[in-house]
Design a protein around this ligand. Structure first.
Ligand SMILES: NC(=O)c1ccc[n+]([C@@H]2O[C@H](COP(=O)([O-])OP(=O)(O)OC[C@H]3O[C@@H](n4cnc5c(N)ncnc54)[C@H](OP(=O)(O)O)[C@@H]3O)[C@@H](O)[C@H]2O)c1
Length: 207
């Protein structure tokens, strides 16, 4: 069982929270509107709690389920409250047409988050290559992850397994730029080859 805090109260936050609770994890949701956070926690049930924005999250794993532009400011605002945490960045830094990323070449939101986070926090990129509505369907999926700290990736992988999904380690945090690119790839597939967004990216391993 993992102890999860989720910052954000939108689609991904709610889906991840519901899946986490179904996987017998402890879940705290944190939003900038305390009343809305309490409502979301109440609607989730199963012991979900509402945390306080800006205070130290209760979870060992803190998921940033906010727009990409909010991730770095948020982590800076939390500052030492994130010391020692595994910080999971799920953001996709799409440009307005979702045909590219807005981050400069050679970097990623996850790497920017790592620079803003306390030294003792460990950032893992995960879940950005999974559509929220597909995650909500409950089918098995591959979740690509990237990060520099082996233990932080192991904790994130254990959480992913607890919700019935398969973690797929892609390497160190520099790989996050390609995972963020894979988010763009998914949008292109949705627009073209697949023709809708009811699909997932996965790895087919030959025997
Ligand atoms: N939707 C998907 O299928 C999907 C898939 C993979 C990755 N992602 C990524 O997941 C992230 C969340 O996506 P979403 O679809 O859940 O978005 P969403 O439904 O628009 O929710 C975004 C949430 O972020 C909160 N927020 C924004 N700025 C904040 C701040 N400074 N402090 C605290 N909370 C803040 C919003 O708060 P309020 O409630 O107060 O407005 C809202 O609850 C995005 O980065 C997206 O790229 C999404």
């Amino acid at each position: 069982m993992s102890n999860i805090s989720i910052i954000g109260l939108g689609q991904m936050a709610r889906v991840l929270a519901a899946r986490a609770l179904a996987g017998a994890n402890a879940v705290e949701v944190i939003g900038r509107d305390a009343a809305k956070a309490a409502d979301v926690a109440g609607a989730l049930g199963h012991g979900a709690s509402a945390g306080t924005a800006g205070a130290a999250p209760a979870g060992d794993i803190v998921i940033l389920a906010v727009p990409h532009g909010s991730a770095v400011p948020l982590v800076s605002q939390y500052g030492d409250a994130l010391a020692g945490k595994v910080v999971v960045d799920i953001t996709n830094p799409f440009n307005p047409s979702a045909t590219g990323v807005v981050t400069p070449d050679g970097t990623s939101v996850a790497q920017e988050v790592a620079q803003a986070a306390p030294e003792s926090a460990h950032v893992v990129k995960a879940f950005n290559t999974v559509f929220g509505h597909v995650l909500a369907q409950g089918r098995p999926l591959d979740v690509f992850i990237a990060g520099d700290d082996v233990q932080a990736k192991a904790s994130t992988a254990a959480f992913i397994e607890s919700i019935g999904l398969r973690p797929m380690d892609t390497g160190d945090l520099k790989m996050a730029q390609w995972l963020e690119g894979a988010g763009v790839l998914m949008m292109g597939l949705g627009r073209h080859g697949v023709g809708n967004y009811n699909f997932s990216l996965g790895v087919d391993i030959a025997d």
